[in-house]
Design a protein around this ligand. Sequence first.
Ligand code: AMP
Length: 406
Amino acid sequence: MTFDAFDLHRDILGAVAHHGFETPTPIQEKAIPAILTGSDLLGLAQTGTGKTAAFVLPIIHRLMKGRCRSPRALVLAPTRELAAQINDAVRSLGKGTGLRSAVIYGGVGMSPQTEALGRGVDILVACPGRLLDHLSQKNVDFSRLETLVIDEADRMFDMGFLPDIRRIARHLPVKRQTLLFSATMPADIRGLADDMLHDAVTVQIGHTKPIDTVSHALYPVEHHLKAALLRDLLAATDTDSVLVFTRTKHRAERVARQLSHAGFRAVSLQGNLSQSRREKAIEGFRSGSYQILVATDIAARGIDVSAISHVINFDMPDTVDAYTHRIGRTGRAEKTGDAFTFITRDDAAMIGAIEQVLGERIARKTLPGFDYEKPNDAPAQGANPHQRQQQRGARPRKGGRQERSF
Ligand code: AMP
């Protein structure tokens, strides 16, 4: 099948060809015709499946028919990075169509966004919190809205955005097309879908298991040897771009610093960075000037760098879904990728859960020549914060989870 089969406007087909997309991905094959008919849609698909183009292309096609200064399509996304990437996709896939788009998120000034809204926007991509700020200031009018997209709904839920989404929906026309995408379907997302969608077409691509083009390996290691193992593993492995995940932003920052000292082109992406440094980190990673990006889950959400050859879980994620999301960053759109996960004795339960979803046992590997017996002579460096406190004899800090925040 080719994109011609969808009968999209020729300017859109031109942009698709310009992107080098030859055949639609499975979700595009199923979702594009349904969205073109105006139907609501529930898309069960993870990142890396081509889901952004699956909704952007038909939305652009439908909007090309009319003109109006207030937004006719609204895409809600959980993070600024994802929102910015969706807006980039709208711009590049809609190039030459004359449609205008804007992106709205927090952490930057309101005024440029207010001005962009004032100039007139066809497609608005927004994070919920900042959009509510604009709504309360009456900077945006959704009376002409035709399509609402809720992207990565499960992540929205994880981040506590569902009440905001419901609040935003009260500002939208009841009669509209709604598209909801989620990699997983916990009960709260099911509830949201039941409330928001009407006679929706459901498109499910795979299950919630990680994409098949990724091969997985586990590296058992003591906490205090993780940094050394990462360094030696990177030195011994042929990689393109590498995304390393840590549990906390402090660890992301520290691991990136250690890799830089060891001579790697590494940078961290975590919530302590200013917006401009985050953008610099992402852009440097995308362009290849940094080969290694060390990030927390939330910071890395939605990062779309097609040459990521390896995802390395320096720390095991908290949930199987988080594992799926992390791994979704490599092996994208029919490329292959490797997922390495460092495991300690604390991770047994999570390994079992991941293997159950994968339906297979993951290979345990060791790095030849690495000194796994090296004693822990710097106890405060390697262990997790809770263990460090115990080692120091201090009581665990109240609210220790704060470190996990983005
Ligand atoms: P997404 O799942 O939307 O994050 O997309 C993952 C990646 O696949 C992005 O880099 C897209 O540019 C790319 N992509 C989307 N559709 C296609 C296609 N039909 N053929 C090849 N690559 C695609």
